[in-house]
Design a protein around this ligand. Structure first.
Ligand code: GDP
Ligand code: MG
Length: 273
């Protein structure tokens, strides 16, 4: 029998996902219900300019385990995940992309690995020998370069930090999130580098990834910014030693202040965007 009995909070970041968010949420719910797991799904709609909020609310209306939160403006995936964690009460926290490129059925597999290997974090990895990945040559190339940059700069024993399926024991995020400053895509790297620094154990898991959008949405500007943000993490980690010095209490207070004016009303019912 499956051993997972803790409550699982699945955070789904969504930006302009009108086409995929509803089928994606339906599949998450179907997967978790079929396995009789205790869970909640928190969608964080990050200032989407399409019907993402409407579609997410429609899914939430049909499935009470889904909660929808939103930012009025787009701030970035990293910040959205950090904010969404404030609403989670599970013992295990899952990050799962909204676009169905990754199969929700892998979440329970990652959770099993977390238990079997007795680690604190399990991340889906495109470069795991057993992963099956179908995505553009361009993206493969970028991932490969990023892997070398990270290997060179950080002593991370991981082959891929960027894939959108990850499982954490709650305590990891409680301790690591206060130090996290990156709001966009280098966020994953920052989170994992700091988690390792604090002594948490991270394992990689195989995934099946199928890129559905013909063209990835990460443009040259986002890549450039990810590069700079990555260097900034290096600077804070090894030169400033910022993460070793932060006061969790103080930064929690700072974050609470930053987020509190956004603990916004969430409109009820479909049709709102
Ligand atoms: N909250 C939030 N989610 C985002 C943002 N940008 C992308 N996402 C979500 O993050 C996930 C990965 O983004 P995607 O564009 O598919 O990146 P890729 O899979 O690396 O090509 C998807 O679920 C997106 O909806 C953002 O600015 N804010
Ligand atoms: Mg994607």
């Amino acid at each position: 029998m499956r051993q997972v009995k803790e409550k699982i909070s699945v955070i789904v970041p969504a930006f302009n996902e009108e086409a995929f968010i509803r089928p994606s949420l339906e599949e998450i719910v179907a997967t978790f219900d079929a396995m009789d797991l205790d869970y909640e799904v928190i969608v964080i709609n990050d200032g989407s300019r399409d019907g993402t909020l409407r579609e997410a609310l429609e899914a939430a209306r049909r499935h009470p385990r889904i909660k929808v939160k939103r930012n009025l403006e787009n701030y970035g995936k990293g910040r959205a995940l950090k904010k969404a964690f404030r609403y989670c009460d599970g013992e295990l926290i899952v990050f799962l992309d909204a676009d169905l490129d990754l199969e929700p059925s892998f979440v329970p597999i990652l959770i099993d690995i977390l238990k079997w290997e007795a680690v604190d974090v399990v991340i889906g990895s495109k470069f795991h020998p057993m992963s099956q990945i179908e995505y553009s040559l361009q993206r493969r190339f970028i991932s490969f370069i990023y892997y070398f940059v990270i290997k060179l700069l950080f002593k991370l024993r991981l082959r891929d930090t960027q894939t959108g399926i990850k499982v954490f024991r709650r305590q990891v995020l409680e301790e690591v999130f206060p130090g996290i400053l990156v709001k966009k895509f280098a966020f994953d790297l920052e989170l994992l580098a700091v988690a390792q620094r604090l002594g948490f154990k991270i394992a990689e898991a195989p995934i099946v990834l199928k890129q559905r959008r013909r063209y990835g949405r990460i443009g040259a500007r986002a890549l450039w910014q990810t590069g700079w943000d990555t260097l900034a993490v290096f600077y804070r980690l090894y030169i400033l030693r910022y993460y070793d010095k932060i006061s969790v209490k103080k930064t929690r207070e700072r974050d609470a202040k930053e987020f509190s004016h956004e603990e916004e009303f969430v409109p009820k019912g479909p049709g709102v965007s």
